[in-house]
Structures are given as structure tokens and as C-alpha cells.
Write a protein that binds this ligand. Structure first.
Ligand code: ZN
Length: 138
């Protein structure tokens, strides 16, 4: 069995954003030489997510509005976590949107449904953060 590991780095200039990382993950599969197996992609920070959904700007706006209703950033004083920091809402948004995805690799490609794409979800940006890609297979 082959195994491949890579860290992708991000520094998102805004507090929140969604970034399509599908092509970068596919490049990792290409580099790995693995044709049949599994690809794990996970955020290495507890205020960021990796998830799969549609690459559609309206939906991403809707996610942002929905997450802000569930866990509003302001007022920061409403959260007990925010003693010396202001990112309690980002921890909650990450919990809802998830830590990782696992995708089948078939014939050297991400084996997706028609509209599935992989996204990095940032909820407390403006600093360097990492995503781990681990691929195993033959
Ligand atoms: Zn925190």
C-alpha cells in the first residue's frame, strides 16, 4: 500500500471565507501516484472546516447568513470562551460545518457525485492555517 501526506497552507485575509480546494486535492492524488484508495482532507485548526458541497456563490452566502444566525460573532461578550479572545463563534461554526471529508479515489480521480466539490471553510482567518491531505491506496 502507498501512502501520501501533504499540508496545505492558507492565510485568508478576511475573518470568514469558503475556498474551493478540489483542484489542489486532485493534484495531491496525481502526485501520490495512487489510483485506487481513499483521500482524507481535514482542517488542522478548531476554527476552520473542510466540507463537501456545491460550488455555488448563492449557497455560500446562504451558509454564511445561516451560520451567523446560529452563532453570531457579535457581541463577543455573549460567549464564555471569549476571555482574552473573540473566536467562540468560529469554534461553533467549525463544529457545524465539520472537520474533515473522506473521498474515494477511483482510477486516479476523486470519485464524486455530479456537483460535489471540496471546500476549506475559514471562520477565524487573517492568520496562517493548515489543511492535511492523507491518501492511502495502491
Ligand atoms: Zn478560541
Amino acid at each position: 500500500m502507498k501512502s501520501y501526506r501533504k499540508e496545505m497552507w492558507f492565510e485568508i485575509p478576511t475573518r470568514r471565507a469558503f475556498v474551493n480546494i478540489t483542484d489542489e486535492v486532485q493534484r495531491c492524488i496525481d502526485d501520490s501516484g495512487i489510483r485506487e484508495g481513499l483521500a482524507l482532507v481535514n482542517a488542522m485548526h478548531i476554527t476552520a472546516s473542510v466540507f463537501i458541497n456545491d460550488d455555488e456563490a448563492g449557497l455560500h452566502h446562504d451558509y454564511d447568513v445561516w451560520l451567523e444566525k446560529l452563532a453570531p460573532h457579535d457581541p463577543v461578550s455573549q460567549y464564555r470562551h471569549n476571555v482574552g479572545e473573540d473566536n467562540a463563534d468560529a469554534h461553533m461554526k467549525r463544529q457545524i460545518m465539520g472537520r474533515e471529508v473522506v473521498v474515494a479515489v477511483t482510477g486516479g480521480r476523486l470519485d464524486f457525485g455530479t456537483w460535489e466539490r471540496i471546500f476549506y471553510g475559514e471562520f477565524d482567518g487573517r492568520r496562517r492555517k493548515r489543511v492535511l491531505v492523507k491518501i492511502i491506496g495502491e
